[in-house]
Design a protein. Structure first.
Length: 476
């Protein structure tokens, strides 16, 4: 059964992980889709303002004169290389692009331009921006445009950090460029010879774009997370109840096995004794009949006590008390005197420590006697020592009385301590010989303590014995 529980847990965990992975990919793909379709509402106004700011210009205010001063003087040299040495032309073109990048970066004023656009249009959002060149072509005297730079190619002589997926990165703080973020995309060209064509884009996005996209997904994320949480919760509840039910089932099975053994012993003895009495030879021996009759009587009394114990303890959830005022020390002394007679043939030694002064309590003496006997029974049964030592101490405190029962038995681990007061629970992994019992003794102890309104604490370690402490409100 232990293996089946582990297999169930493993299977359930794998299913939950698979469900979580599926949920993650659904949410991630939804995010990717919404991110690619994200449309900043102010982007159109920014694009229009940008186009007006660079009217009859390129890239940023003052960009065209800067480009003209770099490109125009190179026309004759580039044209000659193009016609005579294409490899040399490619190298010269990359050097030209590098120079253009350096000058544009040095003189760019895009940040101040964007601030002016936001101020004029009343845009208060914090924005990330970027300026990027997609393509540069040069037209000579009698030819079509000759490509100098194309964003779909990688150029070995151009710095790699400037070659982005969308083209040559000139300036800005927008980390991820995509077409959806472009506020304006322009192509500036001329049909005249010795001119150039420039394709570029200005990108603008709110700094919290990811947050805005996730907000759009709230009706996708929340149900997914709640569904996953519900599955995990239901699994945990089901597993807990299953293990608890299995635990109860095991305890009940153990109880049935133990009660069957406990009942069979006196019943078998009665049957055997009865058959012997019916023997004619036995009937002629008066002493034998008397001995067998005593055996039947003792076993019948034992059977009666077992039946009463099961009925009174297993069927009763709350004990009915008839309390009287009594001296705890005298009550314990009387119980120990009787109990000592029953353990005369066993190596059991009792120590009773008290102050010698009366310790008055309100208690049902019958139930208290059974309570103490049950604790003493366990102290004797769950003990492998050559001499079993049980120490009982009563302490009169300001507002309560402490009854302490210590033994030198096998002790209990933390897992056992959590269950010792449960009905039918029996656990004896460290005992050399299995003991008889119904798993009801300490259950009855807890019922009795609760019925009186007292408290009980147990401390124990394997091999170091156990200590039961019952706190009783003082009547003085």
């Amino acid at each position: 059964m232990r293996h089946s529980i582990k297999l169930y847990i493993l299977t359930a965990v794998i299913c939950i992980i698979a469900l979580a992975i599926v949920q993650f990919f659904l949410i991630y793909n939804t995010y990717q889709l919404l991110d690619s379709r994200f449309n900043y509402v102010e982007k159109g106004r920014i694009g229009e303002a940008y186009n007006l700011a660079i009217a009859n210009d390129k890239l940023f205010p003052g960009g065209q004169p800067l480009l003209d001063s770099i490109i125009v003087p190179q026309y004759p040299y580039l044209e000659q290389l193009y016609n005579t040495n294409r490899h040399g032309f490619d190298t010269a073109a990359q050097h030209l692009v590098n120079r253009i990048i350096r000058e544009l970066v040095k003189h760019e004023n895009t940040d101040s331009m964007l601030k002016a656009i936001k101020a004029n249009d009343g845009i208060k959002d914090s924005l990330l921006f970027a300026l990027c060149i997609h393509r540069l072509d040069i037209k000579f005297k009698d030819s079509q445009y000759v490509n100098v730079y194309n964003r779909f190619k990688k150029y070995p002589l151009i710095p790699a950090d400037r070659q982005k997926e969308m083209g040559l990165f000139i300036c800005g703080n927008l980390p991820k460029l995509n077409e959806n973020s472009a506020a304006s995309s322009l192509v500036a060209n001329s049909p005249l010879p010795y001119s150039y064509s420039l394709s570029f884009s200005f990108y603008a996005d709110p700094y919290n774009r990811r947050t805005l996209v996730l907000r759009q997904m709230k009706y996708t994320i929340l149900p997914g997370l709640l569904t996953l949480l519900a599955v995990i919760t239901l699994f945990a509840i089901t597993l807990f109840k299953w293990i608890r039910q299995k635990h109860l089932s095991d305890m009940k099975s153990d109880f049935i096995n133990n009660i069957t053994h406990e009942f069979n012993t006196p019943i078998t003895a009665i049957i055997v004794a009865n058959k012997n009495i019916q023997n004619e030879k036995t009937l002629d021996n008066k002493q034998s009949v008397t001995a067998l009759s005593e055996i039947i009587h003792r076993q019948a009394e034992r059977l009666k006590l077992l039946v009463e114990k099961v009925i009174n303890i297993a069927a009763t959830e709350k004990l009915a008390l008839k309390t009287t005022t009594t001296d705890l020390n005298e009550l314990i002394s009387g119980i120990l005197a009787v109990y000592s007679l029953n353990t005369m043939k066993q190596p059991v030694r009792f120590h009773f420590h008290n102050s010698g002064q009366p310790v008055v309590i309100e208690a049902d003496t019958f139930h208290f006697t059974t309570l103490l006997q049950n604790i003493l029974d366990n102290a004797v049964k769950y003990n492998d020592q050559a001499e079993k030592v049980i120490t009982i101490t009563t302490l009169q405190e300001k507002e309560s009385i402490a009854l302490i029962i210590q033994d030198n038995g096998i002790g209990m681990n933390a897992a056992t301590l959590r269950h010792i007061f449960e009905k039918f629970y029996r656990h004896q992994p460290n005992l050399s010989r299995p003991t008889k019992g119904l798993g009801l003794g300490l259950y009855y102890v807890k019922q009795c303590v609760d019925a009186h309104g007292w408290t009980i604490k147990v401390s124990s370690e394997p091999g170091a014995g156990s200590t039961f402490v019952i706190n009783i409100p003082s009547k003085i």
